[in-house]
Design a protein around this ligand. Structure first.
Ligand SMILES: *Cc1c(COP(=O)(O)O)cnc(C)c1O
Length: 224
């Protein structure tokens, strides 16, 4: 295969060390582009809109892992729970609780990442470190039988200032270690640190990412 998407994908993959998995962020790109990536071996795709992800899920082979990486509204959880593999953006107890409820209805245990807000931008969703500490300390989440907290997700500030971006990734990594020790020390499924996008994923990998979410570097610029 010789397409641009194939080449881009291979370039990104060859830059990742063992143990770091690539989420190919395909939001706003047409099915044909995802098919090209699929044919070149990619099996994990990231989408940020419920309807779009569901349409793509229906159109494409069933061995794809669908990761939801966007902001998820509680009233839309029910549409993705039947097939989603990992929800990266859990940013409230209420959302976690709704995912658990829908997981139960579908007889599935849904893997989730807690989204942390560490970037400077006001607009990014996520728990503050203290909000997350508090939610975990309250232990209500331990009663949920149909969600599995597998780690955390975050975004660094949108800047080329390397020190700032690395500091934010370090903060995420430190927090991951903190809550792993405190709440998940016997839980082998708590192992994912999702951080890094096209412009900053090499730094994220160096700071301990296990999942990187790369879109435009594979599929080109989005029209949105
Ligand atoms: C769009 C998006 C990405 C991918 O961004 P690129 O710059 O295209 O690599 C990663 N993570 C999240 C949460 C996104 O919304």
């Amino acid at each position: 295969m010789n397409s641009t998407i194939h080449q881009n994908l291979q370039r990104v993959l060859s830059s990742l060390p063992n143990g770091v998995r690539l989420v190919a962020v395909s939001k706003f790109h047409p099915i044909e582009s995802l098919r090209e990536a699929y044919e070149s071996g990619q099996r994990i795709f990231g989408e940020s809109k419920v309807q779009e992800m569901t349409q793509k899920y229906e159109a494409l082979p069933k061995d794809i892992e669908w990761h939801f990486i966007g902001h998820l509204q509680t009233n839309k959880v029910k549409y993705i729970v039947p097939y989603v593999t990992l929800i990266h953006g859990v940013d409230s107890f209420k959302l976690l609780s709704e995912i658990n409820r829908q997981g139960e209805k579908n007889d599935r245990v849904i893997s989730c990442l807690l989204q942390m807000h560490v970037a400077r931008e006001e607009t990014k969703f996520g728990f503050s470190l203290n909000e997350c500490r508090q939610m975990l300390a309250e232990e209500e989440w331990k009663k949920f039988t149909h969600v599995k907290i597998c780690g955390i997700m975050g975004m660094a500030s949108n800047t080329d200032y390397e020190n700032l971006v690395r500091d934010e990734f370090k903060t995420l990594h430190d927090f991951f270690c903190e809550i792993q020790q405190k709440h998940f020390s016997t839980d082998e499924d708590f192992k994912e640190l999702s951080m890094g996008m096209s412009h900053d994923y090499p730094w994220a990998v160096e700071e301990g990412a296990t999942l990187v979410r790369v879109g435009s570097m594979i599929f080109g610029v989005r029209n949105y």
